[in-house]
Design a protein around this ligand. Structure first.
Ligand code: FAD
Length: 393
């Protein structure tokens, strides 16, 4: 068989992972990235056992784990700082074979981009049009025109590939709350474990990063696009500055210009992730709220599943249909579960928030962990493709 060619649109976590998975199976790949460099914004990312299993298939699990930090424990606290539930990374690893790893996004991108031949990475190559001319997919971009055997649309929430080939699909839907993220400067004294603190219509979380830093995030129920004056950092201080320790000390260790703010969106379900020889992957296919920390984990699962489906079959369109059958129900279920958790986390009415906190306090950790099995217990497909596994978290 002549070497098959793939154009991946978007060089984020999902696009790079897909390119690596295909490259390892002998495809000639190019990654067209709009930005001038392959890197990510200044925040952390949690990778759960399912993502580490996908990274193992890509041959990158050890490199990613070496770049990350392991919280010994974590859990949920209430607004007064009392523990509602505690989880233990050792227990997570015992149950799911892998721990939770948190790392800086730029580090993850560095590991992923480093696993591809330098000449396959094409920064500054914004894709302007994608179509099917009857012979196959055509991709127009700043550097020219590509006519590959396969196109992977991994260009994120506001995907140009999705808009071009799924023109009737509904656009992103605002989840009703916004998120701030920041990485602290290195701390001489820092907490030994992370936590999420649930308030009323607000949440604040923190977790360890390598190099003595912490990754912090906050959420608040606000109309989309609400401007925060005089700055996002001031807004963080105003909302969370008097929350239980260690929140004030963490905020004091954040540089005001290091605060990122993003309104949170999810994508209404698509009727299919594939169109001929074009497949959507990651946020372009199923952007979800970050409450489960699963968006990128699902993109990694997508990548290895896509390459597996394409393995050894001469008919990419048939392989893509299998990919769609495997990935659409699963990612839909994970997205729904994440949205439900967000609704609970953002409860603002005091009696409802109290009920939520009481339920969390009374639920044994083993029950919480067991309930995560459909999400975290994913295993990479092997052998002939079937669409019966891993579909219903
Ligand atoms: P993106 O990261 O959006 O990458 C798309 C790429 O395509 C970008 O590099 C972009 O520049 C490029 N691009 C766009 N348009 C074009 C074009 N026309 N031509 C060429 N290139 C283009 N997930 C987790 O697993 N764990 C977490 O802890 C976690 N925390 C999160 C916290 C927050 C607050 C948010 C908002 C999300 C979080 N997520 C988390 C979700 C995760 O960030 C996303 O699911 C993941 O980054 C999606 O990766 P992607 O490659 O599909 O898309």
């Amino acid at each position: 068989m002549p070497q098959r060619t793939a154009t991946v649109v978007g060089g984020g976590i999902g696009g790079l992972a897909a390119a690596i998975a295909l490259h390892r199976r002998g495809w000639h790949v190019e990654v067209l990235e709009r930005a001038p460099r392959f890197t990510e914004i200044g925040a952390g990312i949690s990778l759960w056992p399912n993502a580490l299993r996908a990274l193992e298939v890509l041959g990158l699990e050890d490199a990613v784990r070496a770049a990350g930090a392991l919280d010994a424990a974590g859990g949920v606290r209430d607004r007064r700082g009392r523990w509602l539930s505690r989880t233990d990374n050792a227990e997570l690893e015992r149950r799911f074979g892998r721990p939770l790893v948190v790392l800086h996004r730029a580090e993850l991108l560095r590991v992923l981009a480093g696993a591809l031949p330098a000449d396959s990475l094409r920064p500054g190559s914004e894709v302007t049009a994608v179509r099917d001319d009857g012979h196959g997919p055509v991709v127009e971009h700043r550097g020219g025109v590509s006519r590959p055997d396969l196109v992977v649309g991994a260009d994120g929430l506001r995907s140009a590939v999705r808009r071009a080939l799924w023109p009737d699909a509904a656009g992103p839907r605002y989840a009703g709350y916004t998120a701030w993220r920041a990485v602290t400067e290195p701390l001489t004294e820092r907490p030994t474990q992370g936590a999420a603190i649930w308030g009323r219509g607000e949440r604040f979380g923190y977790t360890l990063l390598p190099g003595g830093r912490m990754y912090c995030f906050g959420t608040a129920s606000l109309p989309a696009g609400t401007a925060c004056a005089p700055s996002e950092y001031d807004e963080l201080l105003r909302r969370f500055g008097s929350w239980p320790d260690p929140v004030p000390a963490l905020l004091a260790a954040v540089r005001p210009d290091a605060v990122l703010r993003h309104d949170l969106y999810e994508l209404p379900p698509l009727p299919s992730f594939v169109h001929g020889r074009v497949a959507l992957l990651g946020d372009a296919a199923h952007a979800m709220t970050p409450n489960l920390g699963q968006g990128a984990c699902q993109a990694l699962e997508d990548a290895v599943t896509l390459a597996h489906c394409l393995d050894g079959t001469p008919d990419p369109a048939a392989a893509l249909r299998s990919y769609d059958l495997l990935r659409r129900p699963r990612t839909r279920a994970v997205a729904r579960r994440s949205a439900r958790l967000g609704t609970l986390g953002q409860l603002a009415w005091p009696p409802a928030a109290l009920l939520r906190d009481t339920a969390a306090r009374l639920t044994p950790v083993r029950v919480t962990l067991r309930s995560m099995t459909p999400v975290l217990g994913w295993t990479a497909p092997s052998g002939p493709v079937t669409a019966t596994k891993n579909e219903t978290p």
